[in-house]
Design a protein around this ligand. Structure first.
Ligand code: AMP
Ligand code: ZN
Ligand code: FE
Ligand code: FE
Length: 298
């Protein structure tokens, strides 16, 4: 593999991944990644350790985040890149999102108990290591207790949207998610658009148009679970709306056992050039804000 590949979508033990930030960077290095972004759900607590490890390995590091937005019938996740992890506004909002998880998670535990499983929420929290707790941790506990054989079986039978133990959590609207990322100085990218579950090109195009009007910067066209046709389709839609494209594996370690860091399902190769465009967009953003402020004042 050439040393020009990157991975802009990864999760650590600080959310629902199984690799520590340092382990994740070491793995990226062994796969000869030139740049890596860590994009944990609702937290930036892995960033300091990951950045320090990346410095030691000579890997370019991008501070990221993944935020769930209100959307139906599928799932909408927004990735933020080059965010200011010291932003107090960001910290406040992320704390609220983690509180929303803490309100939802015990309800998932109760539902699983009602279904006859001997599990407690405390066990899930212990398994997660007191980080951001999510459905994959419930799935892992169901495997450990022998109730299901695989993560996928746990989701398909109990945890996926509309399954018996699924409980929705409070989310930001797409507008709020994009604004939060922009206010923290970041670039906002629509994650894994196939999860929107839109059937036609026209529907994707219309939704992306709406998100672009809200300030969306890019689309994660290159993604582990996107077919070649999907990668082409989402790249075309991005270009029609003046958006950039990004790519990543969505590595979660043992929580998504079929997905490897950097190489995804095996054929992923995100080129470094995509990061150069992302950096250009991030560099342009403060000037855009300054320009709009200047307009407001004149
Ligand atoms: P949560 O944020 O707690 O709702 O969990 C979301 C995470 O669960 C996602 O990032 C995925 O890693 C995982 N996930 C969601 N839906 C599925 C599914 N149908 N199959 C496998 N993993 C899933
Ligand atoms: Zn996840
Ligand atoms: Fe996601
Ligand atoms: Fe993710």
């Amino acid at each position: 593999m050439s040393a020009t590949v990157i991975d802009l979508h990864t999760h650590t033990t600080h959310s629902d991944g199984s690799s520590t930030p340092t382990e994740l960077i070491a793995l990226s290095s062994s796969k000869r990644a030139r740049a890596v972004a860590v994009t944990d759900h609702d937290t930036v607590s892995a960033i300091v350790e990951a950045r320090a490890a990346a410095d030691r390995y000579g890997i370019e590091f991008v501070a990221g985040i993944e935020i769930s937005a209100e959307y139906s019938p599928g799932t909408m996740h927004i990735l933020g890149y080059f965010i200011d992890c010291e932003s107090t506004e960001l910290a406040k909002k992320l704390e609220e999102l983690r509180k929303a998880r803490e309100a939802r998670n015990p309800q998932i535990a109760s539902r699983l108990q009602s279904l006859g499983f001997d599990i407690s929420y405390d066990e899930v929290v212990r398994l997660a290591g007191n980080q951001v707790v999510g459905r994959p941790h419930f799935a892992r506990l169901l495997i450990e207790k022998g109730y299901v054989a695989t993560m996928q079986e746990a989701f398909d039978r109990f945890l996926k949207k509309d399954a018996d133990a699924y409980v929705a959590k409070a989310r930001l609207s797409p507008r709020e998610a994009i604004a939060l990322i922009h206010e923290a100085g970041g670039v906002a990218v629509l994650a894994h658009p196939y999860q929107l579950k839109l059937s036609s090109y026209e529907e994707v195009d219309a939704l992306v148009g709406e998100l672009a009007a809200l300030g969306l910067d890019g689309i994660e066209a290159v993604y582990s679970r996107h077919s070649v046709d999907e990668r082409t389709k989402y790249s075309e839609v991005a270009s029609r709306h003046g958006l950039l494209i990004t790519g990543g594996s969505d590595y979660h370690g043992t929580y998504k056992p079929d997905i490897d860091i950097v190489s995804g399902l095996g054929d992923l190769a995100v080129p470094y050039e995509l990061l150069e465009e992302l950096k250009a967009r991030a560099g342009a953003r403060p000037r855009e804000i300054q320009a709009s402020r200047a307009r407001d004042l004149s």
